[in-house]
Design a protein around this ligand. Structure first.
Ligand SMILES: C[S@@+](CC[C@H](N)C(=O)[O-])C[C@H]1O[C@@H](n2cnc3c(N)ncnc32)[C@H](O)[C@@H]1O
Length: 216
């Protein structure tokens, strides 16, 4: 693993519990209200991604940077044939395995601690997706290229927008915690999609994000 990935891994191992609390609302009323205001697009990107994974029944999915498996588990509940979640942070992978065991979804879901660039699956997936991932990747092109290579139908990604008031605030807030964060213009995303070899893509503004569906 590169130094950059090692730093991200250490950060997400230490933040795993706090991240889980955003989704489970295990926070004070005040913090939950702040999340509803400032993290609205986390909920919107979730709706966007699950809707764009349809049809789900029987299909295969790769969740890149799966975090605590929010997306993987929902796809399994909705009848996916197979879901593989990968993440560099072993604490996140532990949470994923616990949660899928608790819901008896471990026949469908597999969670692996790895960087996508080191992961070589035996078979391609119908859909790969990377949500809340490109915020933390300095050089996204190899990751996007690999997502294209391992997907047969589509790849779905979310990118934080460059020109928002929130971008500098996050840069400083996460920078203090030792986590580098990156932002994207629509023009850069369009170029990245071309360079990664996708045949076409659709870019949608979702709050302070761009959500992209790209076709191999
Ligand atoms: C903000 S969380 C998002 C989790 C999940 N996708 C979600 O939206 O709920 C980012 C996750 O990406 C993982 N990550 C960061 N860089 C990665 C990389 N190069 N390869 C795989 N996972 C990575 C982190 O460990 C972390 O769990």
């Amino acid at each position: 693993m590169s130094n950059e990935i090692q730093a991200q891994r250490a950060f997400w191992n230490s933040e795993a519990d706090a991240f889980q609390r955003i989704y489970t609302h295990r926070k004070s009323k005040f913090s939950n209200t702040l999340d509803q205001i400032f993290r609205k697009d986390m909920y919107e990107r979730y709706q966007f991604t699950i809707a764009n994974c349809e049809p789900i029944k029987g299909r295969t999915f790769l969740d890149v940077g799966c975090g605590n498996a929010l997306y993987s588990l929902e796809l399994a509940r909705k009848g996916a044939g197979k879901v593989v979640g990968i993440d560099i942070a072993e604490v996140m992978i532990g949470l994923c395995r616990q949660a899928s065991d608790a819901e008896n979804l471990s026949d469908i879901c597999t969670f692996i601690q790895t960087d996508l660039l080191e992961y070589n699956p035996d078979q391609k997936f119908d859909v790969s997706f990377g949500i809340g991932l490109f915020d933390y990747i300095k050089n996204p092109l190899p990751v996007l290229t690999k997502m294209r290579e391992v997907s047969t139908d589509k790849a779905i990604m979310a990118f934080p927008r460059l020109y928002t008031w929130r971008a500098p605030v996050r840069k400083v807030r996460l920078g203090i915690k030792g986590c580098d964060v990156y932002f994207y213009s629509a023009a850069r995303i369009n170029q990245l999609m071309k360079d990664a070899g996708f045949s076409r893509h659709e870019l949608t503004k979702v709050g302070k994000l761009y959500c992209v569906v790209a076709y191999p």
